[in-house]
Design a protein around this ligand. Structure first.
Ligand SMILES: NC(=O)c1ccc[n+]([C@@H]2O[C@H](COP(=O)([O-])OP(=O)(O)OC[C@H]3O[C@@H](n4cnc5c(N)ncnc54)[C@H](OP(=O)(O)O)[C@@H]3O)[C@@H](O)[C@H]2O)c1
Length: 284
C-alpha cells in the first residue's frame, strides 16, 4: 500500500508529500523526472519517471493504491496528453483512488481520462497560488517595485500548503470520491492590496506599476511561455470568472482548520522579498 505523488517537487506537490509524511500511514513515493537532483523528505522514496513517457512509470506504479496526478506534461505547462496511458497503467497496478490537480480548462481531459477508467477520483482545482507572488520578489528586493497587470482585480489566492493539505486528505480519507474542490484563501485580494501586505511585512513602501496586457504579453513571451498560455492568462486576468474571486470554505471543510491568510503566507516567505542588506539587519 503506497501513495504515489506526481509533481512531488512542485509548488503544490511538495506540500502533498509533506502532509502525507506528517500524517504517517502509508509509505509515500515521489515521482520526478530526475530523482537525483531534487530534495525530498528522508522518509520519501524518490522514483524516476516521465508522465509523457508512460513506459517509464512501471517502477513508480508498483504496489500503489492511491495516486496524486498533475495535469501538465512539462515545464512549458502544456496539458498532459498521455493521461489515458498513465491511467491504464495505474489501473493495471491496482490503484484505486486518484486526486487530479488541474489549472486551465484544457487540462480537464486528464480528469475525464481518470473518470472514464472507473477509478475513484477527487478533482482539486485551485484558482491562483500565493506562491505566484514570488514572481514579484526580485523587483521588490532590488527596486521596491511591483509591475503587474489588472491591479484592481481581486483574486481568492490560496496558500499552496492548504492545497496540499486538501489533496492529502482526499488521498487517505473516505468521503471525497467524485467531488470537485476549489481551495481558496480566506480573502480575495487585488494585486495592489497584496503588494501592500508584502510591504507591511518587510517594512518597505512598495510602488505598484500597472502593466498593460501588451506589456505582459511581451514579458511572458520573453520567458518562453506558449502563446496559448499567454492568451489564457491575459483573457482570464481581464475578465475573471466568478470562481477567481469567490472565497469558499473548502479548506476548512476538508481539513478541519481555517485556510491560511496571505499575511501568514508572507510572514513565512518574507525573506524572499527582503533585500540582502535588510535581511542581514533584520526587519525595519
Ligand atoms: N501555479 C498556479 O497558480 C496553479 C493554479 C492552479 C492549478 N495549478 C496546477 O498545479 C499543477 C502543478 O503546478 P505547480 O505550480 O505545482 O508546478 P511546478 O511547481 O512548476 O512543478 C511542476 C511539477 O510537475 C512535475 N512534472 C512536470 N512535467 C512532468 C513530467 N513530464 N513527468 C513527471 N513530472 C513532471 C515536475 O517534476 P520534476 O521537475 O521533478 O520532474 C514538478 O514537480 C498543474 O497541473 C497546474 O495546472 C497551478
Amino acid at each position: 500500500m503506497t501513495i504515489l505523488v506526481t509533481g512531488a517537487t512542485g509548488n503544490i506537490g511538495r506540500h502533498v508529500v509533506d502532509c502525507l509524511v506528517r500524517r504517517g500511514g502509508e509509505p509515500v513515493r515521489a515521482l520526478t523526472r530526475n530523482s537525483t537532483s531534487k530534495r525530498l523528505p528522508e522518509r520519501v522514496e524518490a522514483v524516476s519517471g516521465d508522465l509523457k513517457a508512460p513506459d517509464t512509470l512501471g517502477r513508480a506504479m508498483t504496489g500503489v493504491t492511491a495516486m496524486h496526478l498533475i495535469s501538465i506534461g512539462g515545464d512549458d505547462y502544456a496539458p498532459l496528453h498521455t493521461a489515458e496511458e498513465v491511467v491504464a497503467r495505474a489501473v493495471d497496478a491496482g490503484v484505486r483512488r486518484v486526486t487530479v490537480l488541474t489549472g486551465t480548462e484544457d487540462e480537464l481531459a486528464v480528469l475525464e481520462a481518470v473518470a472514464a477508467s472507473g477509478l475513484a477520483w477527487t478533482h482539486v482545482r485551485p484558482v491562483e497560488l500565493m506562491s505566484n507572488k514570488l514572481g514579484w520578489a526580485e523587483s521588490i528586493r532590488s527596486e521596491g517595485v511591483v509591475r503587474a497587470p489588472f491591479a484592481e482585480q481581486p483574486h481568492a489566492i490560496v496558500d499552496e500548503a492548504d492545497v496540499g493539505a486538501v489533496v492529502a486528505a482526499a488521498l487517505v480519507e473516505d468521503g471525497h470520491s467524485g467531488r470537485t474542490y476549489t481551495p481558496t484563501g480566506p480573502q480575495a485580494l487585488t494585486p495592489v492590496q497584496a503588494a501592500r501586505v508584502i510591504g507591511d511585512a518587510i517594512g518597505r513602501d512598495i510602488r505598484f506599476v500597472e502593466l498593460s496586457p501588451e506589456q505582459v504579453r511581451e514579458q511572458m513571451r520573453a520567458s518562453g511561455l506558449r502563446d496559448q498560455v499567454i492568451d489564457d492568462v491575459i483573457a482570464y486576468g481581464a475578465d475573471p470568472p466568478q470562481v477567481a474571486y469567490t472565497v469558499l470554505p473548502t479548506v476548512r471543510q476538508v481539513t478541519g482548520r481555517p485556510a491560511h491568510s496571505f499575511q501568514q503566507w508572507v510572514a513565512e516567505h518574507a525573506d524572499a522579498f527582503r533585500s540582502a542588506s535588510a535581511t542581514a539587519e533584520g526587519p525595519r
